[in-house]
Design a protein around this ligand. Structure first.
Ligand code: ATP
Length: 452
């Protein structure tokens, strides 16, 4: 019997481990259910995702400021936000194999006894669904008891609401304005899975945009389009993206409208980001529960009101995974050879430039090290590699998505000219070392997603 060909997800998972993007966490102890660590290239990829988000959401705008709030907050935060009573998923148990599954995601789950089968297909009966709270509980301080219970935040948003007044009073902002935050969130997911798509510990990039209530519809439409465009601008295939508007009946308790940006993953369409209209629910609830007034007084119109909020909430890990999947290609070359290549946007690629001496002699490594140092000083992320034949070194860089390889050869030693090899087209160009930085910056700016 022949073994089935590995699926695209299998290939991505294996590439991630082999090349140092993502490792199973605490692997030497057998791991811990769907938890992952990011290796040297993964951490760069995630950093690029966060930088690209922060640049577009904060740096390039004059109406959004940043925040970094605590993971463990006063537990009243979560009572007031509704998470203690409502942040639940329906769970079912298999009476035979004792597996536990999310009732609304049975299609994504596998039977722990027979992994090729779906829940219940091991012959066991599934129980009625019951609600399971996804927040991780912990105890603060040395005494365990009901008075010391706290939660790991399941979203970063609440830290923003709690600091609304602090930011307003310290930062000369006024509605419409936003507060952005990137940080870890924790959810005790019943069925984590699909690699880093759904894990129990993950990073979110969230922004709460505070607006006069009458501007809700206009800003909601604006943020849905702006966030959709961000993915396209960073090279994601638009034909694999769609907007999904939640039906009114399925909206969360705080929500008036919600649109997800979805991507067509190898395992089906899945949410990449949600853009929600959270009304004034959070500010009003925290005002009432804390006794602190979180309304805004507009000194010009003399109006006093509680701002409404439009929230784009993205997952950093899911976005990194999406970039990996979308960039992946096994390209058949004219000579029949197949190369694995990741067509990352140059600003998303973990390594921007590989510096390669053609041979390991004749002064080429020394010259290459000099060019490498020069590029690092110019803040490019580079990788120096002098081992193996040049063709093999190009392929290694293709596989991790490095957009440019700079080769140092005899010509460089003679006339200070290097060869720049482009990942997507494999075209090579001669560039003077003195012009290299400007050349690479221009190439990065004019990059276009290749058609696969
Ligand atoms: P889902 O329906 O997939 O459980 P959600 O609607 O609960 O997601 P939100 O609360 O809107 O998710 O969170 C915003 C974003 O955070 C999601 O779009 C996703 O990118 C990310 N995210 C949420 N849960 C997880 C998780 N368990 N693992 C990784 N990323 C997550």
């Amino acid at each position: 019997m022949s073994t089935p060909a590995p699926s695209l997800m299998d290939k991505i998972v294996s590439l991630c481990k082999r090349r140092g993007f993502v490792f199973p966490s605490s692997e030497i102890y057998g791991g811990i259910g769907n938890t992952y660590d990011y290796g040297p290239l993964g951490v760069e990829l995630k950093r690029r995702v966060k930088d690209a988000w922060w640049t577009r959401m904060v740096t390039l705008r004059d109406d959004i400021v940043g925040l970094d709030s605590a993971i463990i907050q006063n537990p009243k935060t979560w009572e007031t936000s509704g998470h203690v009573s409502n942040f639940t998923d329906p769970m079912v148990d298999c009476k035979k194999c004792k597996g536990r599954f999310r009732a609304d995601k049975l299609d994504d789950a596998r039977c722990p006894e027979k992994p090729s089968k779906k829940p219940g297909e091991c012959g066991g009966e599934l129980t009625e669904a019951r609600e399971f709270n996804l927040m991780f509980k912990t105890n603060v301080g040395p005494v365990e008891g009901s008075g010391s219970v706290a939660y790991l935040r399941p979203e970063t948003a609440q830290g923003i609401f709690l600091n609304f007044k602090n930011v307003l009073e310290s930062s000369r902002v006024k509605p419409p304005f936003g507060i952005a935050q990137i940080g870890k969130s924790f959810r005790n997911e019943i069925t984590p899975g699909n690699f880093v798509f759904r894990t129990r510990e993950f990073e979110q990039a969230e922004m709460e945009f505070f607006i006069p209530p009458e501007q809700n519809d206009q800003w909601y439409a604006y943020w849905v389009n702006e966030r959709f465009s961000w993915y396209v601008d960073y090279g994601i295939d638009p034909s694999k993206l769609r907007k999904y508007e939640h039906p009114q009946a399925k909206l969360a308790h705080y929500c008036k409208a919600c649109t997800d940006v979805e991507y067509e993953y190898p395992f089906g369409w899945g949410e990449l980001e949600g853009i929600a209209c959270r009304t004034d629910f959070d500010l009003k609830s925290h005002s009432a529960a804390s006794g602190k007034d979180l309304a805004y007084f507009d000194p010009e119109s003399k109006a006093r009101y509680t701002p409404w909020v439009v929230e784009p909430a993205a997952g950093v890990d899911r976005t990194a995974l999406t970039f990996l999947i979308d960039a992946y290609e096994e390209q058949v070359l004219p000579d029949g050879d197949v190369r694995t290549v990741l067509h990352f946007h140059p600003e998303i690629a973990p390594i921007t430039v590989a510096v390669l001496p053609l041979v390991k002699k004749e002064g080429m490594p020394e010259k290459a090290s000099e060019v490498d140092r020069m590029l690092r000083q110019a803040r490019f992320t580079t990788f120096y590699d002098e081992s193996a034949a040049i063709g093999r070194r190009y392929r290694r860089q293709d596989e991790v998505g490095t957009p440019y390889c700079v080769t140092i050869d005899g010509e460089t030693l003679k006339s200070d000219i290097v060869t720049v090899r482009h990942r997507d087209s494999m075209a090579q160009e001669s560039v003077k070392v003195a012009d290299l930085e400007a050349y690479l910056r221009a190439a990065m700016r004019s990059w276009k997603r290749p058609t696969k």
